[in-house]
Design a protein around this ligand. Structure first.
Ligand code: HAM
Length: 426
């Protein structure tokens, strides 16, 4: 038997109804903030992620599905490609490629789609997972650097979680400063790590060399007391970054939006500047980040575009749906009518009637003329249908059909006109 590939999973009904419910709510709410949908390809040039997410991040270094494509000629080697591990890089690439900065004001995009990371699968962590994300990007003259944008994005997220009925989330917030601040902070970290790194895990030893900031991400218990004593980013923010971070917090406080400042929150992607955040949820276990995001003020330039500061986030939809499952908001629409074709030649009539009823908005399932009445009614019951509509030769000739209410057993006779008025959703 061929099975699904490790880390890839099937989303099955009725759970898919919950996914659809989430997507619908997202589209409605994001629309109120003037976000518009963008769809970028799942395959991109590998360099896009090396230059944005960063070559030294776990995502690019360890977790990419990447391969060298075939060239045009049989013998020729082609371009290095990758399945996207995230969507911010693709959105910024599209922003540059299509000169979307040409239009006035800030651009607000959102996306919903699969992302791919070759991580060790576990609860809440898959190799194909889905993100709902959004990005606000634009020239500085349009106000793209304003802390008000950061606060608005965070407020939208809180509104979404509220709307979905998700409670008990925690917003963790930090500022990772601008590129200069981080350079100075990285040096300080490197210096401080020199004496202690020998006692740390193998990953930290590598990170201390290549990307010391990542050390703060380490989850190994024995390393925690060492990390607690390392210098803090907050002491290396320049004045502008300090003011920016203070202003974001001021607006959030004025909006009664609760948050905690977590000075160790550095995120797993290199493009971040200034505001970085995550929303966590207790019920999720080890993979408790329901979403993450932040500013990326230099990303457009790093990808060859104009200055276009931006901020965004991505929600792990798999994890979001997990938190929703207990409340199970979405319900599958019940079957209104189960059509029972009784006797040879009746499938044709059943198909015609079913089409007619569906066009009137009813959920219709059809049986088969080879079934006997008893089997048909049993099947109708199993599909959860509210009514069975019986179609035999007499019914077709007279234009009057027996409709049986499957919960009460009551049977009535209706003509075509009356059938159409049976009503859809309860
Ligand atoms: P990220 O923190 O790498 O950020 O991913 C965002 C969210 O995606 C995570 O908080 C988590 O819920 C979900 N996620 C990540 N990996 C997996 C996985 N293997 N299985 C299930 N869920 C997962 C980004 O991707 C940035 N692009 C976010 C962003 C947008 N920053 C600015 N704009």
């Amino acid at each position: 038997m061929i099975k699904s590939v490790r880390g890839m999973r099937d989303l099955l009904p009725p759970e898919t109804e919950t996914w659809n419910f989430v997507d619908t709510e997202v589209r409605q709410l994001f629309g109120l903030y003037n976000f518009q949908e963008i769809r970028t390809p799942v395959i991109e040039d590998l360099q896009l992620f090396q230059r944005s997410v960063g070559e030294e991040t776990d995502i690019v270094y360890k977790e990419m599905f990447a391969w060298q494509d075939r060239g045009r000629a049989e013998s020729e080697k082609g371009q290095w490609l990758a399945l996207r591990p995230e969507n911010t890089a693709g959105v910024v690439r599209a922003y540059i490629e299509h000169k979307l900065w040409d239009q006035p004001g800030l651009r607000r995009f959102y996306y919903v789609g699969p992302q791919f990371r070759r991580e060790r699968p576990q609860k809440g962590r898959y190799r194909q997972f889905y993100q709902i994300g959004a990005e606000v990007i634009g020239p500085p003259s349009a106000g793209s650097e304003s802390p008000a944008v950061d606060a608005e994005v965070l407020e939208m997220l809180a509104a979404l979680l509220d709307r979905l009925g998700i409670k008990d989330w925690t917003l963790e917030l930090n500022s990772v400063g601008c590129a200069d601040d981080r350079r100075r902070y990285n040096e300080a970290l490197r210096e401080a790590l020199k004496d202690v790194v020998g006692k740390m895990c193998a990953d930290c030893q590598r990170r201390a060399q290549t990307n010391p900031l990542r050390v703060l991400d380490c989850k190994v218990a024995e390393d925690q007391p060492i990390i607690e004593k390392l210098p803090r980013m907050s002491d290396y923010l320049d004045e502008k970054c300090q003011i920016h971070f203070a202003e974001v917090q001021k607006i959030l406080t004025a909006l009664d939006l609760p948050f905690v400042v977590n000075y160790r929150l550095v995120r797993g992607l290199d493009y971040y500047t200034r505001t970085a955040f995550e929303f966590t949820h207790g019920s999720l276990g080890a993979q408790n980040a329901i979403l993450g995001g932040g500013r990326y003020d230099g990303l457009s330039e790093a990808l060859g575009g104009p200055a276009a500061p931006g901020i965004g986030f991505a929600i792990g939809e798999d994890r979001l749906v997990m938190t929703l499952q207990e409340t199970a908001k979405a319900e599958t629409r019940p079957v209104d009518i189960y059509v029972v074709p009784l006797g040879a030649g009746m499938n044709v009539h059943a198909a015609r009637l079913a089409r007619r009823l569906r066009r009137r908005g009813l959920v219709v399932v059809s049986g088969d003329e080879s079934f006997r009445l008893k089997k048909s009614l049993e099947t109708a019951d199993k599909t959860g249908a509210r009514r069975a509509l019986i179609i035999g030769e007499n019914e077709v000739n007279s234009g009057r059909f027996a409709v049986k209410d499957l919960s009460t057993g009551e049977q009535i006779t209706l003509n075509l006109e009356e059938l159409g008025k049976l009503g859809g959703q309860p």
